[in-house]
Write a protein that binds this ligand. Structure first.
Ligand SMILES: Cc1cc2nc3c(=O)[nH]c(=O)nc-3n(C[C@H](O)[C@H](O)[C@H](O)COP(=O)(O)O)c2cc1C
Length: 356
């Protein structure tokens, strides 16, 4: 059943569009700078994430593994990650914990990218032993624990695991015991500030907001069920922009924050980094590019992101991540209204002043 589901996910992500809601970044605007005062060779896009310096602030987010077709995709993703110096997460390794014959579809990423920053991936419900196995399987540098309550709830015919009790305690135990940093991630519905605060003292290293606006697993599962009962929930969740701000306002600089969910170009990525994200995760566009035009198209997609980020930094006159975070951002529209209603002053970003 799990293998069939994995195949259907890849197919449906290619067939379905992002959304229907947007990621919210259309409401966020940089204040342009007509005197940028820098040259392209002064721009440094490096960030420090989970204690490691990374040249490019993008993440190939968790996608797949556990089925024969995943070998080719994970191989291609790992090769692109190696060439561009980008971290990479594998898809959930639950399949390989149950069936050892699935392991090569994950281990291929370490074969292709021996020195890269690679993240293992499992649900929060796993035992310490299972998490250790997943980390060892790919010699992972960090472990992603995914949260996907809405997806599990929409899965057809009792497939979903709906036992959500004690997740916080489980995360705390895993973060305390594992030898690598733990990243907790949502997968398309976002993380609100209340839960970010709850997760703050669990010992995790990072949060990936996984907001609304991109791959929509409520609709994916609804299509799989062939009954469309998930339709009323198609707009469930926080947009990525809203979730990112809610999370950053809660955790400040105590955790590294990944912006993901419908981020589709380097300008949106620059906005997320300017708000305070350390990395920008991308998943669905890489699947679509891989199936339509192969490995080179995946690389071109990420190269375009990088170029657009560099162009934004050049136009703003900022040389690095720290300077990008000092640029004013004006937040309007539904994103601004949401933040106001939640008591999170959106105007604070517009009043930012670059330090001399
Ligand atoms: C085909 C596919 C499979 C995915 N499988 C996983 C998974 O196994 N584990 C996980 O944590 N996230 C998984 N995700 C979620 C992504 O990592 C990401 O959080 C989400 O797709 C939002 O980013 P996007 O809009 O750029 O796709 C998957 C995404 C796609 C497109």
């Amino acid at each position: 059943m799990r293998k069939k589901r994995k195949r259907e996910h890849l197919q449906l992500i290619c067939d379905l569009a992002d959304g229907p809601d947007t990621n919210g970044f259309e409401d966020i605007h940089f204040v342009p700078n007509c005197l940028p005062g820098i040259n392209p060779d002064e721009i440094d896009t490096a960030v420090v994430f989970c204690g490691k310096r990374l040249q490019v602030p993008f993440l190939i987010n968790a996608i797949t593994g556990g089925i024969p077709e995943a070998v080719a995709m994970n191989r291609a993703l790992a090769r692109v990650a190696r060439r561009l110096g980008i971290p990479l997460a594998v898809g959930s390794q639950a399949a390989a914990l149950q069936d050892k014959s699935c392991r090569p579809s994950y281990a291929v990423v370490r074969e292709e990218n021996p020195a890269g920053f690679i993240l293992a991936n499992l649900s929060c419900a796993v035992s310490v032993q299972e998490a250790l196995e997943a980390v060892e399987m790919i010699e992972a540098d960090a472990l992603q624990l995914h949260l996907n309550a809405a997806q599990e709830a929409m899965m057809p015919g009792g497939e979903g695991d709906l036992c959500f009790r004690d997740y916080r305690q489980k995360i705390k135990l895993l973060a305390k015991t594992l030898p690598v940093p733990v990243v907790v991630k949502e997968t398309g519905c976002g993380i609100a500030r209340e839960q970010a605060l709850e997760l703050l003292d669990t010992g995790i290293a990072a949060l990936d907001v996984g907001g609304k606006g991109g791959a929509n697993f409520i609709l994916v599962e609804s299509c799989r069920s062939k009954q469309d009962y998930g339709q009323p929930f198609s707009r469930w969740g926080l947009s990525t922009a809203v979730s990112l701000i809610e999370v950053l306002k809660s955790v400040g600089t105590q955790l590294d924050v990944v912006a993901a969910g419908g981020i589709r170009n380097g300008l949106e990525a620059a906005k997320a980094l300017s708000l305070g994200a350390k990395l920008v995760g991308v998943a669905a566009p890489l699947v679509r590019n891989f199936y339509r035009r192969g490995e080179q198209a995946v690389e071109n997609c990420l190269l375009q992101f990088r170029r657009q980020l560099q162009q934004t930094m050049l136009l703003l006159g900022v040389c690095n991540w720290a300077e990008l975070q000092q640029r004013p951002l004006v937040i309007l529209g539904d994103t601004g209204k949401w933040l106001e209603r939640r008591g999170l002053d959106p105007g604070c970003f517009a009043r930012r002043k670059p330090s001399a």
